[in-house]
Design a protein around this ligand. Sequence first.
Ligand SMILES: N[C@@H](CCC(=O)N[C@@H](CS)C(=O)NCC(=O)O)C(=O)O
Length: 138
Amino acid sequence: MQLYDYYRSSAGYRVQIALNLKGLNYTSREVHLLRDGGEQLKPEYRAINPQARVPSLMLDDGTVIIQSPAILEWLEETHPERPTLADVLLVPQVFNARRQAVPLDEFPKIAGVDAACAGIDAFARARPEAVRPARSSG
Ligand SMILES: N[C@@H](CCC(=O)N[C@@H](CS)C(=O)NCC(=O)O)C(=O)O
């Protein structure tokens, strides 16, 4: 996979976060938005992304996905086993729901995501019982 991106692009930044969370290897291809009047406007890059924007994700078969929300959606659909930003937001809410004794029986998908995340070191190390200072109360 190749990510066409510029380091100051916030749209590219969110895609990089997702690629990292998914643990995927990719090659970065810089498209300098300022150099030479903007490399995104060159015919070579327009052939990849006719909208002349970054980011663009090129898959190994040459398929190109443009628009960061579409890239995030594709990553979620093709690599659902790895956590996403949605999971980062969800897990603490599930923790709160359990603490308040809110029944989750009607939400097996949510409970499943929470259980899967519990086995991931990044989540386990952040759990309140793991980070709570020894003498802290309340
Ligand atoms: N909605 C697009 C926005 C892409 C976008 O506007 N990218 C900016 C950088 S953050 C860009 O390529 N700008 C180049 C230009 O305006 O010429 C996405 O989320 O991918």
